[in-house]
Design a protein around this ligand. Structure first.
Ligand code: ZN
Length: 200
């Protein structure tokens, strides 16, 4: 920030700039918002941020973020409970849920293999997926990683690791735009991709 900006404002700008998709310009605009907004609204924002860290946990089964462990997907989804949909990020779970084409369980990898960013298989929840399959209760694994180089590399690694288990392994149909994130896929396309999933 330029000289003469009060410390608390600069500090907030600095913190906001660290958030995904927020550049310095947007951070500057956002930093002045709490000064103009009603005090109650600012308190609610602060409370919401704090309770996120104190109340949200990682599900010990599927690694999705949840307000309980195990999460509601790991406990509620009885019907197709033996199918696990593997996604890169928690936001992808929401996208698949919106598509209404799937009512099974999930497995969140928390990323994708990316040599450029120094993310390898060991940084993801792939071994945990293997353990889950070995423990039984998973009859089919649907790999729903993004249609990107990283997503493809991750899908191949999962196929390699799970091969020994003999579990049914499928991948989303290629209806999704190449280079596309599951997170941004429209519900109908995603639903069709799930419907048309194919064996590896
Ligand atoms: Zn779970």
């Amino acid at each position: 920030m330029v000289d003469g900006v009060p410390g608390p404002i600069s500090r907030l700008v600095e913190e906001l700039s660290k958030l995904p998709t927020i550049g310095p310009k947007t951070a500057g605009r956002l930093a002045f918002f709490p000064l103009k907004a009603p005090a109650r609204q600012v308190d609610q924002l602060a409370e919401a941020l704090q309770s996120l860290r104190s109340e949200i946990v990682e599900c010990s089964v599927c690694f999705n973020f949840s307000d309980g462990d195990p999460c509601r997907f790991c406990t509620d989804h009885g019907g197709e409970g033996s199918t696990a949909c593997v996604v890169e990020d928690p936001l992808d779970v929401l996208a698949v849920e919106r598509s209404a084409g799937f009512r099974g369980r999930y497995h969140v990898l928390h990323g994708a293999i990316s040599p450029l960013e120094g993310v390898g298989p060991d940084d993801l929840k792939i071994d945990d997926l293997l353990e889950r399959v070995k423990d039984g209760g998973v009859a089919e694994v649907i790999v729903a990683t993004n249609a990107t180089f990283e997503g493809d590399a991750t899908a191949l690694e999962i196929a390699r690791v799970l091969e020994e288990t003999g579990v049914r392994l499928t991948r989303l149909a290629r209806g999704l735009a190449t280079g596309g994130d599951i997170e941004y896929a429209d519900p109908t396309t995603l639903s069709q991709a799930l419907e048309g999933r194919r064996e590896f």
